[in-house]
Design a protein around this ligand. Sequence first.
Ligand code: ATP
Ligand code: MG
Length: 449
Amino acid sequence: MIRKLLHRVFNHRALPFSASAEPARIPVSQHGIRREQVSPGAVKVCATLQNRGHQAYIVGGAVRDLLIGHTPKDHDVATSATPEEVRALFRRSRIIGRRFKIVHIMNGQETIEVSTFRANQAAETDRHGRVLADNIYGSQAEDAIRRDFTVNALYYDPLTETIVDYHHGVADLQQKMLRVIGEPRARYREDPVRMLRAVRLAAKLGLVIDPAARAPIRSMADLLENVPAARLFDETLKLLMSGNAVRCIGQLREEGLHHGLLPLLDIVLDQPVAERFLWLALENTDARVRADKPVSPSFLFAALLWPEVSRTWKERQAAGEPPYPALFDAMDEVLAAQAERLAITRRIAGDIKELWGLQARFDKRAGRMPYRLIEHPRFRAAWDFLLLRAQAGGIPEELPAWWDRFAHASQDEREELLRAATGSGKAPARKRRRSRRKPAEATPPEPSS
Ligand code: ATP
Ligand code: MG
């Protein structure tokens, strides 16, 4: 208790502005969010905690999204109870995290993430050599001030249907303004990823980044270099899968933030075909996300990096390397260059390579190979990718059209299609594969974008 009090007094001084100021308590008549609109699981969690005398609110993205009429993708709860206290109250729950413990509560299919009110990390290092526990708990006001944007620091009590608002988040949201809590430079220095979050959330929510928060981004973009590659990967993935990838990437470029993320983007965007390909891929992804269709991260990254692979592949072939090894070497080269900045997980990298590798096989329209290709478990994804390449103008539209017909044709029609594609009779595939120099094999996979 005394520790908590001391802690509060201490923090109070360290904070950029008072964390003890009275928040606005906005009634449902003003904000209009009814308890029926939030997940029943989250309501139950809040009710159980409040019954035991704890404070408990739905917080963050869910409240923000509801206020602008979006359906929240998940629900987080913030409480005054410690993780251990929370854990003890819910049978299907577990404590996760090492540095910051949070509790996952399972309710049917849904997982509700419950975190204890926390003080800003920065306050932790300001202490005079005192050893601190890994979890520095705080008041609700402290919890609000450590959050990144005013619109993310809103607490909804589903029982009273009241929103607790410490930083005028509701007003900012109404004015379509994304504002950083505290001094933007200091907050970006604490965590550079907040710059990316600003761009992502502004694009997702249709908000304008407050000029004070926007101005320092360009000059501070380099700080992203200090962010671990794995975290950058997570953030980039969120950005790309947000359903607003086109807007996000556009704005990242405008803010000069993409350098640290996708170093290859710069090169790519200088080439018309490559640029067209990239935008098509992103538009395609956005459309799928909005239609609630699955999007695979590997497809997305394969697309983002393809123009560079394609360019390197072409170069290597021009230098005399045969098409297949040239492609695989190009793939490795591009992935290695990328890995320094953005840690693409091993599994995703494997899927990406598979998708790229299959592109070369579309050029082989003879013998048994096409039959095997259409049976490949990733044929569909690889064909989608091929179609994108054609739409971007990198390869003839005829190629994906041919494969679509081939995949859906009868046996006889397939033989006919093969004859038409090779222009000649059907030489046995096995023989032809062995000797590269035979005329029938003289058309290498087209080194195209
Ligand atoms: P999304 O719709 O993508 O889930 P979100 O705002 O909910 O957006 P989360 O990553 O789920 O993003 O974070 C939940 C909440 O945690 C945020 O609303 C914000 O209050 C806080 N938060 C997240 N990341 C940071 C950060 N880097 N610095 C400060 N607060 C953060
Ligand atoms: Mg969230």
